[in-house]
Design a protein around this ligand. Structure first.
Ligand code: UDP
Length: 193
């Protein structure tokens, strides 16, 4: 897949719609996909941290969340001209899931936050099936993996801050029957507010 590279960090030059089109074909092929938001802070941190760099570059889509990534792209003759933010990407995926009948699991944030985020999203997107939620402070990981698989979720949003959420996704994705994973930071707090 086409990428632009800044200080060794890959960024996908795809729009929201292009990512969703690409995701659809990966889903049909039975491939799992991961989405990570990239901003200048992460690019700088990854410069001297090869572990973080491989976490970012090992993701399927590195979305240009920060304005600094757009500036870098423009200066270096790249094609990234608009931001693809983590919170808006999540909302686009939620809409896609509601329209195409895919199930969604929300994992992360405080219990009341994740509960309210589910309620508000289901109100906003009729037909949306959030088939499971879990707060970001659970201890029993085996139970959590079972719970996510039993929910039959196709999309999993993990809101525990970066890079904790992406490390969790990388460690657990092969145990999960989920197709699309996104680390979404404080987005459940946004949707519940
Ligand atoms: N969080 C969590 N478990 C933890 C630590 C944090 O679920 O062990 C949640 C926290 O409740 C908040 C989110 O992670 O909802 C943190 O979002 P933040 O804005 O710090 O992430 P960023 O967008 O900066 O990556």
């Amino acid at each position: 897949m086409e990428k632009e590279t800044y200080l060794g960090v890959d960024v996908s030059p795809l729009s929201y719609d292009e990512i969703i089109t690409d995701l659809k074909s990966r889903m049909i092929q039975g491939e799992q996909s991961t989405i990570i938001a990239v901003n200048p802070e992460k690019v700088m941190a990854a410069k001297s941290n090869s572990e973080l760099r491989s976490l970012i570059n090992g993701s399927t889509y590195q979305i240009p969340d920060g304005i600094g990534v757009l500036l870098a792209s423009k200066l270096k003759g790249g094609s990234i001209r608009s931001r693809v933010t983590g919170v808006d990407m999540m909302e686009r995926l939620i809409r896609f899931a509601a329209e195409d009948g895919y199930k969604v699991f929300l994992y992360g944030a405080k219990q009341e936050v994740v509960e309210t985020a589910k309620q508000k999203l289901e109100e906003k997107y009729p037909g949306l099936n959030i088939s499971g939620i879990e707060n970001g402070y659970v201890k029993d990981q085996d139970e959590l993996i079972n719970k996510i698989n039993q929910s039959e979720a196709d999309f999993l949003f993990v809101a525990m801050g970066s890079p904790r959420q992406e490390l969790w996704i990388r460690e657990n994705m092969k145990k999960l029957n989920v197709k699309v994973f996104q680390g979404v930071g404080g987005s459940f707090d946004v949707f519940s507010g």
